[in-house]
Design a protein. Structure first.
Length: 141
C-alpha cells in the first residue's frame, strides 16, 4: 500500500496500517539496523565467504560473541577499559563506548597474524604454540 503524506511516501505490505503505525514500526526496527551495519562493516560479516554452512555458522557465532563482549565492556566502570579508549588524544572527553573499546583493542592486536594460522591443506585453524619451549619440555617429561 502506498500512502502519500506531503513529500514523504510510505510503503507497507499491510494495507490496514495507518501512516503513524508504519512510522512507529520502522522506528522499532531502527534499533537493530545499526547493529547489522556494524556487523557488516566493522566485524567482517560482509566478507563471510566460507565454504560450508557449518563454517559460516561458526564465523557468525564467534563474531557475535566478540561483538557482545565489546558491548558489555562498554558498561564496565573500570580503569583498564577506560585506557582502551585513550587512543584519540585530541578528544577532550574520552567516551567509553563499544566503538572506542574496539579501536583500542585493534591497536593492541593489529600485529597478530590470525589469517596465517589457517592450514589450507588440512582445513584447520592452527594457532602457534604460545607456551615457551621450557614449559613444553617440562610438560612432556
Amino acid at each position: 500500500m502506498l500512502q502519500k503524506i506531503g513529500k514523504l511516501q510510505l510503503l507497507s505490505t499491510d494495507a490496514k496500517l495507518t501512516p503513524e503505525q508504519i512510522i512507529e514500526a520502522y522506528g522499532e526496527r531502527w534499533s537493530i539496523e545499526s547493529m547489522f551495519n556494524q556487523l557488516k562493516l566493522s566485524w567482517g560479516l560482509k566478507e563471510a565467504w566460507q565454504q560450508t554452512r557449518q563454517t559460516l555458522h561458526r564465523w557468525v557465532h564467534l563474531t557475535l560473541v566478540g561483538y557482545g563482549l565489546i558491548q558489555l565492556l562498554g558498561y564496565l566502570d573500570d580503569q583498564t577499559v577506560r585506557q582502551l579508549c585513550c587512543h584519540s588524544p585530541w578528544r577532550k572527553d574520552i567516551p567509553t563506548t563499544a566503538g572506542q573499546i574496539r579501536k583500542g583493542l585493534l591497536l593492541i592486536f593489529h600485529h597478530v597474524p590470525v589469517r596465517q594460522w589457517w592450514n589450507r591443506k588440512c582445513r584447520k585453524f592452527e594457532p602457534p604454540n604460545w607456551r615457551g619451549s621450557e614449559q613444553d619440555a617440562a610438560i612432556s617429561v
